[in-house]
Design a protein around this ligand. Structure first.
Ligand code: TYM
Length: 341
C-alpha cells in the first residue's frame, strides 16, 4: 500500500477528495471507506466531498430516481459530519463541463490495455455482460479527473478503490511528463483504505448484495440486531463449550469487531472467546451494541434535514467546487498549449 506523501503543509493545507456513488443505501463499508472521520479531516485539509452521480450512470441509468438518490446520499454525508461551510460539498454533475474536459485530456494519456485489464472492470463486465459500456472502461479515468480537478494530494477511499488510485497515479505521472508538473500525485488516506466484510462472510460489504449482508446507515437498532444475529461467525466453533478463533481471518464477527468496537471490548472478547467464557450469541450482541453506536447518531441527525436544506447546501458547495475546477482547467489548457496569448 502506498505511503502518505510528505508535503510541506506550512505553505497551504493539503487538498483531500472523497466521493460516493448515488446508487443505493449507504452501509458501514461506505462509512468506513468514505465518511469516517469527516469532522477532523475537514479541519486538517482543504476538503472536497461529492456525490458521484456521473459514475452512477455506468450501472444506474434510471433518470426518475436520480435526484432522490443524490439527496439521500447527501443526507448521510451531512449527518456524518460534513460541514458545508468548511468543505466544498457538491454533486459531481454540477461540474460536469469541467470534469468532462479534464477527462478528455486524461483519456489521451491512458493506454486502453491497462484499463481493460483493470480487475474492477473485468468484474463489472462479468456481472453485467449486457451493459459493458464505454464509461465502465473509463471509470478510473473519470475518477482521476474528480481528484485532479482540485489538484488533490489525498483521497479518502476504501480498499476496493486502491486499484483505481494506482491508475490515477499512472495518469498523473504521464500527464506531467508530457506537459510539466501540473498535478501532485494523489495518495490514499491509508487508515481508511480497508475492506469491511459482508455480514454473510462472503466478500466485502456491498450495496448490491442482499440487504441481510450489509448494515445500512438507515437501519434501526432492532434491524441491526436481527441482521447481526444471522451473521456468519467462526465455522470451527461448532459447540458453545469449544474455544473460538478471535482473529480477522478466523471469525467474521470478530473481524467486524476489529473495526467497530473499542479496544477494551476487543481484548475482553478475545480473552473470553479463547477460554469459551462467552459464546457467539453474546459476542454478536456486543457487536450489535458497537454498530448501533456508529449508525444511530447518523440516523438521528439525517432526520434533521429537509430535502430543501440539502438542495440549498449542494448549490452553495457546487459554486465552490466550480471555482476551484475552473482555475485548474485554465492552468491545464495553458500547460497543454491551448491558450492563445
Ligand atoms: P462507491 O459508492 O462504490 O463507494 C464509496 C466509498 O465506500 C468505499 N467502500 C468500502 N470501504 C470499505 N469496505 C467496504 N466494504 C466498502 N464498500 C465501499 C469505497 O471504497 C468508496 O471509498 N469510485 C468511488 C466513488 C468515486 C470516488 C471518486 C472516490 C468516484 N470518484 C474520486 C474518491 C475519489 C466508489 O467506489 O464509490
Amino acid at each position: 500500500m502506498a505511503s502518505q506523501p510528505q508535503l510541506n503543509t506550512a505553505v497551504r493545507p493539503q487538498t483531500l477528495v472523497s466521493g460516493i456513488r448515488s446508487t443505493g443505501e449507504l452501509h458501514l463499508g461506505n462509512y468506513y471507506g468514505a465518511l469516517r472521520g469527516l469532522l477532523s479531516l475537514q479541519d486538517r485539509y482543504d476538503s472536497f466531498f461529492f456525490i458521484a452521480d456521473l459514475h452512477a450512470l455506468t450501472t444506474h441509468p434510471d433518470p426518475d430516481n436520480r435526484i432522490r438518490q443524490t439527496i439521500e446520499v447527501a443526507k448521510d454525508y451531512i449527518a456524518a459530519g460534513v460541514d458545508p461551510r468548511r468543505s466544498a460539498f457538491y454533486d459531481q454533475s454540477s461540474i460536469a463541463a469541467e470534469l468532462a474536459e479534464l477527462h478528455l485530456y486524461l483519456s489521451m494519456v491512458m493506454p486502453l490495455g491497462e484499463l481493460i485489464r483493470c480487475p474492477t472492470f473485468k468484474e463489472k463486465a462479468k456481472k453485467h455482460p449486457d451493459n459493458v459500456n464505454y464509461g465502465l472502461v473509463g471509470y478510473p479515468v473519470l475518477m482521476t479527473a474528480d481528484i485532479l480537478i482540485h489538484k488533490s494530494e489525498l483521497v479518502q477511499v476504501g480498499e476496493d478503490q486502491l486499484v483505481h488510485l494506482e491508475i490515477a497515479r499512472t495518469i498523473t505521472r504521464r500527464f506531467n511528463q508530457l506537459y510539466g508538473e501540473v498535478f501532485p500525485e494523489p495518495h490514499p488516506l491509508v487508515e481508511h483504505a480497508v475492506r469491511i466484510p459482508a455480514l454473510s462472510g462472503e466478500g466485502k460489504m456491498s450495496k448490491s448484495d442482499s440487504a441481510d449482508a450489509y448494515v445500512s446507515l438507515k437501519d434501526d437498532p432492532e434491524r441491526i440486531g436481527t441482521k447481526v444475529k444471522k451473521a456468519y461467525s467462526d465455522p470451527t466453533r461448532i459447540r458453545r463449550e469449544l474455544p473460538g478463533t478471535p482473529t480477522r481471518e478466523g471469525c467474521n464477527v470478530y473481524h467486524l469487531h476489529s473495526y467497530f468496537s473499542h479496544d477494551t471490548m476487543k481484548s475482553a472478547i478475545r480473552e473470553q472467546c479463547l477460554s469459551a467464557k462467552i459464546g457467539c450469541v453474546q459476542c454478536k450482541a456486543l457487536l450489535t451494541e458497537s454498530l448501533v453506536s456508529v449508525v444511530e447518531p447518523i440516523r438521528e441527525r439525517r432526520e434533521r434535514f429537509s430535502d430543501a436544506d440539502i438542495v440549498e447546501l449542494l448549490h452553495i458547495g457546487s459554486e465552490k467546487a466550480r471555482l476551484s475546477a475552473q482555475a485548474v482547467i485554465s492552468e491545464v489548457r495553458r500547460a497543454m498549449g491551448f491558450t492563445m496569448v
